[in-house]
Ligand binder design. Structure first.
Ligand code: HEM
Ligand SMILES: N[C@@H](CC(=O)c1ccccc1NC=O)C(=O)O
Length: 285
């Protein structure tokens, strides 16, 4: 056992760098001065629980940022027929989604009485106005031009949304990949208007059925299909957890963003990014 100058105390080793003038430092590299000064409660006097509310959203936004970064990479690699790195990033996205899902338990400690004390300070602000969330939805294929109007007051943000709207979605890129690799993907799906949400296409079922019934012949495609199903499922779980948290905190009140609240959120649970990947399961036997 090594000894230290005081009991139950770890000594700082002689080699530890202590003079950090003119050096890259932890706080400097991570811009912690900016990051940690960005929590500004609006309630006056500041309500104890508003910090939780702010940090819950900010950490979600940080993870959304990484999801967008990884999704762009996945789509770029798919387009280049370079599947292995695409699969690796999809796996990373799933781990991020798990963090996003788990963190709802922290916010669920906020009671209706606590939230009611600072909800009034939030005005008409709402998660509905999260540009990064909407970009993730668009990249995954839930395109909807109606969602863009709330960003009209911020032309640069609106432009980012427009860009994601006009770009092929993850599913579009995957279907193009399949077509390039000898799968008989219906032509109208390959030429579709990518600014609209993909809608169920019966013609894709035989293509996916072949992959699922003979995985050994189509291993890469098979693995990718399962990754996409995982991502859709995790996304639905996030929507569901949001819905349950909202219900326990504000019941059936209207949302600050102006929607009906819970029933508006519930409608999103009927949306599917990759409907044929779910439908094909009924056909396998
Ligand atoms: C007390 C906690 C929360 C409540 C009561 C709440 C409530 C709501 C409501 C009622 C809506 C519908 C739009 C509206 O009219 O405002 C909404 C949308 C949304 N919220 Fe929250 N929310 C909470 C926490 C969060 C958190 C932590 C996030 C994480 C970023 C989040 C992200 C979103 C997003 C992305 C939408 C748009 C969903 C969609 O378009 O389907 N919310 N929220
Ligand atoms: N829409 C929520 C308010 C809310 O949760 C919120 C407010 C500002 C920024 C993000 C929010 N999160 C999710 O909607 C409500 O109706 O209470």
């Amino acid at each position: 056992m090594t000894t230290s100058s005081s009991p139950n105390t770890r000594d700082v080793e002689a080699g530890i760098h202590r003079d950090l003038r003119e050096e890259i430092t932890y706080g400097g590299y991570l811009k912690l001065d900016q990051l940690l000064s960005a929590q500004q409660p609006l309630s006056d006097p500041p309500h104890h629980d508003e910090l939780l509310f702010i940090i819950q959203h900010q950490t979600s936004e940080l993870w959304f940022k990484l999801v967008i970064h990884e999704l762009h990479y996945v789509m770029e690699r798919l387009a280049a027929d370079d599947l292995a790195p695409a699969l690796k990033s999809l796996a990373r996205i799933k781990h991020i989604q798990r963090q996003l899902l788990e963190q709802w338990t922290v916010l669920a400690t906020l009671t209706p009485s606590e939230y009611a004390q600072f909800r009034g300070s939030l005005g008409h602000s709402s998660g509905f106005q999260s540009a990064q969330y909407r970009i993730v939805e668009f990249l995954l294929g839930n395109k909807n031009t109606q969602m863009i109007e709330v960003f009209d007051h911020e032309p640069e943000t609106r432009a980012r949304l427009e860009e994601a709207l006009h770009a092929p979605s993850l599913y579009d890129e995957f279907l193009r990949y399949l077509a390039r690799h000898g799968h008989d993907v219906p032509k109208d799906l390959l030429d579709r208007d990518v600014t609209r949400a993909h809608s169920f296409h019966e013609g894709l079922i035989p293509v996916l059925k072949e992959i699922y019934e003979h995985p050994e012949d189509h291993w890469a495609a098979y693995e990718t299909c399962e990754e996409l199903v995982d991502i859709e499922e995790s996304f639905q779980l996030w929507r569901f957890r949001h819905l349950k948290t909202v219900t326990r905190i504000i019941g059936f009140k209207r949302g600050t963003g102006g929607s009906s609240g819970v029933s508006f959120l519930k409608a999103a649970l009927d949306l599917s990014f990759f409907p044929e990947l779910l439908a094909v399961r009924t056909e396998i036997g």
